[in-house]
Design a protein around this ligand. Structure first.
Ligand SMILES: Cc1cc2nc3c(=O)[nH]c(=O)nc-3n(C[C@H](O)[C@H](O)[C@H](O)COP(=O)(O)O)c2cc1C
Length: 218
């Protein structure tokens, strides 16, 4: 099967509201998908995350219940709980093992200078890392013929308990992967490029006359 371009994957991706019940995603497919998505960047290469794959049908049912009974979760081939550690910055040196001890030490001091006294930034960073990984997962899934849905509608405590998450960790979001038979549901409209894209300042509208053919996704 020809690979989708990134643009085509973005166009095709939707938040699918139902999946055709079927076999769980196999390990090799899942590992391939995750290995590609792990190329996603993170601040200081901290990679705050773990992905907990929930494929057992009884556990997907439990996850569905923890997510306000959104049925697509129970019917998916795999649900990934994207979890992240706000304290990942403490292990910065372990992410730079290919460098000299001296160089690793300098990075660790810089990381500590950024995050040690800023709990909120540490949590924001964990959410940023997990969110960016989730988007990569959904695009790679699309390329490989899977549909997806991201979820924030769940009880974080119930999900954390279900997957034995350590106390310091956070549930960033869930991503369900499966095959959907939904078709034709119109995409909710996106804001216009000229609304979102500002020129130099939040107050600086981009001049539509200068966009030419740009700014419209055909
Ligand atoms: C962080 C995040 C959380 C979301 N949570 C849910 C959810 O709990 N349930 C759901 O059905 N859709 C959820 N969605 C899907 C959005 O409603 C959907 O992406 C949006 O309406 C745009 O539609 P589209 O993705 O099909 O283009 C979520 C999306 C994001 C990015």
């Amino acid at each position: 099967m020809a690979k989708l371009s990134v643009t085509e994957a973005l166009r095709r991706r939707r938040a699918w509201k139902s999946f055709r019940p079927g076999p769980a995603m196999d390990d090799a497919t899942l590992a391939d998908l995750v290995a590609t998505a792990l190329l996603t960047p993170t601040s200081y290469n901290l990679q705050h995350y773990r992905l907990i794959a929930v494929r057992d049908s009884a556990r997907r049912e439990a996850l569905c219940e923890a997510a306000h009974n959104q049925r697509s979760i129970a019917d998916a081939a795999c649900v990934l709980v994207v979890a992240a550690d706000p304290l990942a910055w403490m292990g910065a040196e372990t992410r730079w093992q290919h460098l000299s001890e001296d160089h690793r030490g300098r990075i660790a001091r810089s990381v500590a200078g950024t995050y040690a006294d800023d709990e909120r930034l540490s949590r924001d960073e964990a959410i940023r890392s997990g969110s960016m990984l989730a988007m990569s997962l959904m695009l790679v899934a699309e390329e490989r013929g899977w549909q997806s849905c991201p979820y924030i509608g769940f009880s974080a405590d119930a999900v954390a308990a279900l997957v034995d998450l350590p106390e310091d960790w956070m549930v960033v979001l869930l991503v369900a992967l499966g095959h959907s038979e939904e078709g034709g549901r119109p995409r909710p409209p996106r804001l216009d490029v000229t609304t979102v894209l500002c020129d130099e300042s939040w107050r600086g509208p981009i001049d539509p006359a200068r966009l030419g053919d740009g700014g419209v996704d055909p």
